[in-house]
Design a protein around this ligand. Structure first.
Ligand SMILES: [Zn+2]
Length: 142
């Protein structure tokens, strides 16, 4: 299974029986899975997401967006619990190209990616229960 390192962006090839949450990068030695949402942007997104064979759950947000800020602690907490998914955040002010490419019309918008496929997307702030039930509907388990 190919997983891109969230620290140095090197592609790692993991044996199928090694959980990503227990693996380290062959290049920089850091953990291949981050319990905290990683920051993706116009420069690294199209390398990280399409080349990573675990789902990546992305929160498109902005500093000025109150509902985004309200949801941030929930997203952060769930990021540590779903160890087969990498949670990530895209600051839409910093990365306008991505927002345009994915046609983000309101924030927060959440997109669940599996490489180049969007498994699902939803707009609007959610609480923990709503987020977990949405992930469950999309066959994402802890
Ligand atoms: Zn690395």
């Amino acid at each position: 299974m190919i997983v891109v390192c969230p620290h140095c962006m090197k592609k790692n090839n993991l044996p199928a029986d090694v959980p990503v949450a227990e693996a380290q990068c062959g290049q920089c030695d850091q953990d291949l899975w981050s319990a905290h949402p990683i920051a993706l942007n116009d420069d690294n997104f199209m390398h990280f997401v399409p080349n990573t064979e675990i789902p990546v759950f992305v929160d498109f947000w902005a500093e000025w967006c109150g509902p985004c800020k309200a949801m941030a602690p929930v997203f952060e907490r769930l990021a540590a619990q779903y160890k087969t998914v990498q949670f990530a955040k895209v600051d839409t002010e910093v990365s306008p190209k991505l927002s345009q490419f994915f046609q983000i019309r309101s924030i927060p918008s959440l997109i669940l990616f599996k490489q180049t496929t969007q498994l699902g997307r939803i707009a609007g702030a959610m609480n923990a229960t709503q987020l977990e039930s949405w992930l469950h509907q999309h066959k994402i388990q802890k």
